[in-house]
Design a protein around this ligand. Structure first.
Ligand code: BG6
Length: 368
């Protein structure tokens, strides 16, 4: 049942190329227009939307943070992302022109469900991004966009996250098409790049031995930091969450630019610091992140740098280089997340923990 893997989690990590491909499949009509059949909200209504609010918990929340960057860039509609358990208790500003997007692998998370009910009571339209057919959240929403990850057994979400990110990209592109933003014309190009991602994810998996060795080296760590900027920031948060969830290791993710405003005080000799580097040349943040790597290294950190192939600038400052296939900035999370998942799974294994059933956690939490 685990297909030769020791954990469902490890199996699910390896299923990610297929899961992402399946989530992207069949979204074009004969005229190469993006169609999201399940999104039963009229195009006229989607054109009146003046705000998008993404609501989710845990890993799904981080998928939402990635989505914010893509959705705002492509649609120019303001997009907020909120932890579901915080949402309805603060009297959020929701109107008939707000589009609420929930993200939930299980479709049963009570915090997210309560947010759906609250949003609809305020007259908002709700789209559920969900992996479980017929579950409660899609049933109570106006529309659903299914991820096609297949069943996810490991409590810590992996392929769930990756397909949520992919589905959010589809939703963002679809809204750009419907609303006729300038990116509406680039959809075919962006979709082609998206469709190339499963093969690139596979390449990252094929190179995982290095990450397994790294976990063995770092098995005695007490704390691990993750730094990123732009979409690399939510990836950093997700990398840290995975370590907390299954390796019971203290870990924090920070926006790299915020380092100097506090977290750099944590850096001491041999502290492992993972850094996600934005694509070189095409991205203005690249050089700033390279400086951040130098800053933590000068203070003794052991730098583990996730960087695209062909970027040699970081080499002098990296103790470990994890190479990623090239991708545009917005799509890089589909690659950069993978080594962090592999690292957490391996570290949990080496520490003798059950990677599939971490202590104190449940796959879906049906109480608020
Ligand atoms: C938590 C799980 O309780 O719920 C996390 O332990 C998960 O792994 C989160 O990300 C959200 O779950 P769902 O099903 O709503 O995506």
């Amino acid at each position: 049942e685990k297909g030769g893997f020791d954990w469902f989690m490890r199996k699910e990590i390896h299923e990610q190329p297929q899961a992402v491909a399946d989530t992207l499949l069949g979204r074009f009509d004969a005229d190469r227009r993006l169609t999201l059949d399940e999104v039963r909200i009229s195009e006229a209504e989607l054109r009146t939307i003046d705000k998008i609010v993404i609501v989710a918990c845990g890993t799904a929340f981080y998928a939402g943070l990635v989505a914010k960057y893509a959705i705002e860039h492509w649609t120019r509609v303001p997009c907020e992302v909120e932890i579901a358990s915080e949402f309805r208790y603060r009297d959020p500003i929701i109107t008939g022109r707000t589009l609420v997007v929930t993200i939930s692998q299980s479709g049963e998370t009570a915090d997210t469900l309560m947010a759906v009910r609250h949003a609809r009571e305020q007259g908002a339209k709700v789209i559920a991004i969900c992996n479980t057919n017929g579950s409660t959240i899609p049933r109570e929403s106006d529309a659903v966009l299914y991820t096609h990850a297949g069943p996810e057994i490991g409590v810590a979400s992996t392929k769930g996250f990756m397909t949520q990110v992919a589905a959010c990209y589809l939703l963002g592109l679809y809204l750009a098409q419907v609303r006729g933003t300038k990116y509406g014309d680039e959809i075919a190009t962006i979709m082609r790049e998206l469709e190339s991602m499963p093969a690139k994810i596979q390449k990252v998996l094929d190179a995982q031995q290095q990450v397994l060795d790294l976990a063995a080296e770092l098995v005695d760590s007490k704390t691990v930091l993750f730094l990123g900027r732009h979409v690399g920031y939510p990836v950093a948060l997700e990398g840290a969450l995975k370590l907390k969830e299954i390796a019971y290791l203290h870990a924090e993710g920070f926006p790299a630019g915020e380092l100097k405003h506090g977290p750099i005080a944590l850096v001491e000799q041999d502290l492992p610091v993972f850094v996600i580097v934005p694509p070189q040349g095409r991205d203005q943040l690249h050089d700033k992140v390279v400086s951040n790597i130098q800053e933590v290294r000068a203070r003794g950190a052991r730098t583990i740098v996730l960087v695209e192939e062909g970027d040699h600038e970081v080499e002098p400052y990296a103790d470990v280089l994890i190479r990623l296939p090239q991708a545009s900035t917005l799509l890089q999370p589909l690659l950069a997340t993978v080594p962090l998942q592999v690292f957490a799974c391996e570290l949990a294994t080496l520490l003798g923990h059950d990677a599939d059933q971490p202590r104190n956690l449940a796959k879906s939490v049906t109480v608020e």
